[in-house]
Design a protein around this ligand. Sequence first.
Ligand SMILES: C[S@@+](CC[C@H](N)C(=O)[O-])C[C@H]1O[C@@H](n2cnc3c(N)ncnc32)[C@H](O)[C@@H]1O
Length: 188
Amino acid sequence: MNLFDLVAPIYGRVRLNDEKTFRMIVKFGDFKKTDKVLDLGGGTARIAKFFTDIVQEITVIDASRGMIAQCKKHIGIICILGGAERISYSNGYFDKVIIVDAFHHFQNKEKAVKEIRRVLKENGKIIIEEVDFGKLGNWFLEKLETIAGTKSKILSPQSLVELFSKNQFRTRLVKESRTGYYLIGEKG
Ligand SMILES: C[S@@+](CC[C@H](N)C(=O)[O-])C[C@H]1O[C@@H](n2cnc3c(N)ncnc32)[C@H](O)[C@@H]1O
């Protein structure tokens, strides 16, 4: 059992700004009623729950059993226990992939990006919300999260762009606040 399993039952109550994050993602995502969307590392479906009415299919894949148990309490969301590094879907299945506050937890980021590319359609979109507290701040947060048992490695916004560019994504960054930003990418 990891920290996410433990906090899963209260996670939805302590994480605020769900709707604000959803609105930002919608702004960047150009979502269509026919879209199949994957929320990777989507946890309890805190964000995915807003998508049920606006897209054809919304799927959460998350590595925590506890988080997925909470996800399953929502109607209209496909909730799957699994890792970003091995996505159990066929090539080109999804129109869009979203990742909120989770990419820095993925253990093998190279593999995850390759999997995201594989399951996305041609010209499919990836929208990532990530944190950036600067070099020292990120180092400190990584230590805290690792002590808490969640393991994390926070890439700088530029390193995240490089990782996706090298995997043939066209990318852009949007700074959202002093400590948060979005990477928007399109499979080229
Ligand atoms: C901080 S939580 C964010 C959850 C959700 N995206 C949200 O914003 O509410 C990070 C999530 O990433 C998941 N996670 C960590 N490593 C993962 C991996 N390799 N594959 C899939 N999910 C992972 C955790 O289980 C956890 O639910």
